[in-house]
Write a protein that binds this ligand. Structure first.
Ligand SMILES: *Cc1c(COP(=O)(O)O)cnc(C)c1O
Length: 398
């Protein structure tokens, strides 16, 4: 069908979108309905870890869609078992429950922790989360999130998520009480503007949780699956959480998430948890293909090499333009601007001719970079050159 802006009125209005429709993607490139190409450094918000339409995913979908779509969650299917085995072996956790999104995985983590608290800590149910954190858009995960304003949007909140401050262990310790069942955090706060928890903080949280007999929950929805240069971000801190959630990269662009836990924490019994599409073979077959691509020899070395290239390139731009600098882990990075013109830069980049550049600006003075993990060295150089050209252009006309 041809794209006309008026036809979009059939969609609920939930965000401001430009009058373009994307029709095709390949690797780090997207093409809109007019045939204009864009270098995509957003990749569906760190979702398309192998870029757009990677052959591995097309092939898995093709094969599995001809074999078996949906036997029902009441029966086993082979791709879900294969993916669960890969995830448990690589993470050190013991059991997996598959979901359709990150919010659903986190919702499951909250339920699992509360159930564990009922069985092991006399009904303790509070999960300490962090200011400015983001865990999803269900009622419980919005309540767990520390996004300003979300405490009153859709009130009343789900109870039991006191907020501490990232990288401030005393702020966590001060909130621990008889009702505390766990601590949940993003190893790198993504939506907050790419704020990494330090390795020392992660290690201190692990010790604090052990000392009090409570659970450590890592929301690796954005940081997992190679995004930070290791399979999971927690591995860089030398710790293992009791519960971990995954989504985004695990499906490489299809709706898939996972909730993982240690054996002793996997306390769901029949009736506690489920879902119509959970662990369906079509999505988990894609998960297997994505997992194997990320774990191919040399893949994560390439991610680390591109990460150094991006980090060095952003630092150089920051130096040349008097900006505070860059930060992040792996290929989840941010350039901190010296003024709040991030949104102008994102717009100018998108409208750049003849080729556009897609960037993300989660805070007015900050740009976030989430390229495909297999972006080439040449594409990264192109992105850095275009970015600087756009910064100069935006500031010349401001
Ligand atoms: C994106 C995200 C979520 C929510 O995932 P959905 O698939 O959008 O529900 C949760 N936590 C983190 C850290 C995220 O980045």
């Amino acid at each position: 069908m041809a794209f006309t802006p008026s036809a979009t009125e059939a969609l609920m209005y939930i965000t401001q979108r430009p009058d373009i429709a994307f029709v095709r993607g390949e690797g780090s490139w997207l093409e809109d309905h007019r045939g204009k190409r864009y270098l995509d450094i957003v990749q569906g918000w760190a979702v398309n870890c192998l870029g757009h339409c990677p052959p591995e995913i097309s092939h898995a979908l093709d094969v599995q869609s001809k074999l078996l779509l949906n036997p029902s969650p009441a029966f086993y299917n082979l791709p879900s078992i294969e993916l669960a085995q890969r995830l448990t072996r690589s993470s050190g956790l013991d059991r997996v429950f598959f979901t359709n999104s990150g919010a659903e995985a986190n919702e499951g983590a909250i339920k699992l922790a509360r159930k564990w608290g009922q069985l092991n800590r006399s009904g303790a149910f509070e999960i300490i989360t962090f200011r400015d954190s983001f865990h999803g858009r269900t009622l419980a995960t919005m309540s767990a999130s520390g996004k300003p304003g979300w405490d009153t949007l859709f009130a009343p909140q789900v109870d039991g998520f006191p907020k501490a401050i990232i990288n401030d262990i005393d702020s966590v310790r001060a909130l621990i009480g008889p009702n505390t069942v766990g601590i949940m955090l993003e190893p790198v706060q993504g939506e907050a503007g790419v704020v990494p928890a330090t390795h020392e903080f992660m290690a201190a949280l692990r010790m604090l949780a052990d000392e009090h007999g409570i659970l450590l929950i890592c929301d690796e929805v954005q940081t997992g699956m190679g995004r930070t240069g290791t399979m999971f971000a927690f591995q860089q801190s030398g710790i293992v959480p009791d519960i971990m959630t995954l989504a985004k990269g695990i499906g490489g662009g299809v709706p898939l998430g996972a909730l993982l836990a240690r054996e002793s924490v996997s306390v769901f019994v029949p009736g506690d948890q489920g879902g119509t599409y959970n662990g369906n073979p079509l999505m988990t077959a894609v998960g297997v293909a994505v997992f194997d691509a990320l774990n191919a020899p040399g893949f994560l070395d390439q991610v680390q090499a591109r990460s150094r290239q991006l980090s060095n390139g952003l630092s150089a731009i920051a130096d040349r333009h008097g900006m505070p600098g860059e930060r992040g882990l792996g290929l989840l990075r941010a350039l901190v601007l010296d003024r709040p013109d991030g949104a102008d830069i994102v717009l100018a980049a998108r409208d750049r001719e003849p080729e556009g550049l897609l960037l993300n600006c989660p805070r007015p003075n900050l740009l976030r970079f989430m390229p495909a993990l297999n972006i080439t060295e040449a594409e990264m150089d192109l992105m850095l050159a275009q970015l600087e050209e756009i910064i100069i252009q935006v500031r010349a006309t401001a």
